[in-house]
Design a protein around this ligand. Structure first.
Ligand SMILES: NC(=O)c1ccc[n+]([C@@H]2O[C@H](COP(=O)([O-])OP(=O)(O)OC[C@H]3O[C@@H](n4cnc5c(N)ncnc54)[C@H](O)[C@@H]3O)[C@@H](O)[C@H]2O)c1
Length: 112
């Protein structure tokens, strides 16, 4: 990431209110990017990004990656995407593969 010039860039971070995503948001804003967070808050927390909410550098969109229109709109004008939205509960996949299929595979396919 250090090789990219981020000043003036708009970066979409899916799952930006999550554990990993919120740290990526901090880094991107620190490097001069404008960040659009797209997150359904299923496991993310607004408190992870609330320190940016008064800033023009962050736009928060509460939306679900399974909603094609919502993610399509969120991608408008974006230069770069970090895709960190997921259901990271590995154990759940052992009992219910459908959740991981929808949240990790179908969601990624819709984003792409
Ligand atoms: N936390 C770790 O130590 C770790 C280590 C290795 C890999 N990872 C991977 O990094 C990714 C993120 O993990 P994390 O720990 O930040 O998890 P997290 O649960 O904290 O973050 C995931 C974010 O995605 C959002 N989200 C989930 N489904 C969504 C959907 N359909 N639409 C929009 N937003 C959605 C959640 O609300 C949450 O904010 C996962 O793929 C995970 O497997 C995490």
């Amino acid at each position: 990431m250090a090789d990219y010039e981020l000043t003036g860039k708009t970066v979409l971070v899916t799952g930006g209110a999550g554990f990993i995503g919120s740290h990526v948001v901090d880094h991107l804003i620190d490097k001069g990017a404008s960040v659009v967070v797209f997150d359904n808050l299923s496991s993310g927390r607004m408190e992870f990004i609330e320190h940016h909410l008064d800033s023009d550098d962050l736009t928060m969109i509460r939306g679900d990656l399974l909603d094609t229109d919502a993610i399509d709109a969120a991608c408008k004008g974006v230069d770069m995407v970090f895709h960190l939205a997921a259901n990271p509960d590995v154990r759940l996949g052992a009992v219910d593969t459908r959740v991981h299929y929808d949240q990790n595979i179908t969601a990624t396919d819709k984003l792409l």
